[in-house]
Design a protein around this ligand. Structure first.
Ligand code: CO
Length: 268
């Protein structure tokens, strides 16, 4: 339930994600929100989804989820003067830059929010890359046997920030050379990673999303039965393929990375 600013909740934190229509993946956002509210007990926590398609779908199910602009307007109407927006995106792509534009557009309007700060996505600086590598390496130990590869499914984008995936691959090479990165929509594609798996003598591959939540892309593009899913492609290429459909938002240590990106988070 929305509350007004008060001595206990002087500021608000707007968690912003693409959104999902898949209820199980939506539950991941809810548990991430829980982790944020434990970290920021003195902040009013709200949500915004950037995808109009996703919001429309939830509206038809009777649930109103606001866009970032509408959520900020609501916070302004509720009397909040300071709002932090935390991007729950993985890289600095179009979605993140759209949040920046929205924040700039709505900050300082008359009788509105005076200060809007925006927290960066998961993979921003050197420490983020190194920390994510370490977390994924430790996480994979739980299910993966020696000699088996872990292939992470990133989203990929035509935005210049797509280089983050190649960057992550380079960091992984130093930490755990049996973890690979490919993307659904851009470079590197799975076709570019398969020859590397062969060259490394890999015959068993675990697939795992490098995505905030395990929604439609995981159900269909990663683990689906259709012949162009990554599972099908790898099986057809002769690999033994296992699924590990745990998303980044389901790994507490990764959510903690996002939590630490909340602007001036430590001062509360
Ligand atoms: Co997509």
């Amino acid at each position: 339930m929305n509350t007004k600013p008060s001595r206990n909740h002087p500021k608000a934190l707007l968690l912003t994600a693409f959104g999902t229509t898949i209820p199980a993946a939506y539950a991941t956002y809810e548990s991430m929100g829980q982790q944020f509210s434990e970290a920021f007990p003195d902040r009013e926590i709200r949500w915004a989804f950037t995808s109009a398609f996703v919001r429309k779908k939830w509206k038809s199910r009777g649930k109103d989820i606001l866009s970032p602009a509408a959520a900020l307007a609501q916070l302004a109407d509720d009397g909040f003067k300071e709002v932090s927006i935390q991007s729950l995106h993985v890289i600095h792509g179009y979605e993140y830059h759209d949040i920046l534009k929205t924040a700039r557009g709505l900050e300082g309007l008359p009788k509105s929010i005076e200060k809007i700060t925006v927290g960066e996505p998961l993979l921003s600086d050197h420490n983020d890359y190194q920390r994510l590598c370490d977390i994924l390496h430790a996480h994979a130990k739980v299910f993966r046997q020696p000699g088996e590869a872990l292939l992470l499914m990133g989203h990929g984008t035509s935005h210049p920030a797509n280089i983050a995936y190649a960057g992550l691959q380079e960091y992984l090479r130093h930490t755990d050379a049996t973890i690979y990165v490919a993307t659904i929509e851009a470079f590197p594609a799975i076709a570019q990673v398969i020859p590397q798996l062969r060259k490394a003598g890999i015959d068993t591959v675990w697939l795992m999303p490098l995505l905030t939540i395990a929604g439609d892309h995981v159900l269909n593009d990663m683990a689906g039965e259709k012949e162009d899913s990554w599972r099908s492609i790898l099986v057809k290429e002769g690999f033994t393929v296992h699924m590990h459909p745990t998303s980044l938002g389901q790994i507490k240590d990764v959510v903690q990375m996002w939590i630490e990106k909340v602007p001036d988070g430590r001062s509360f």
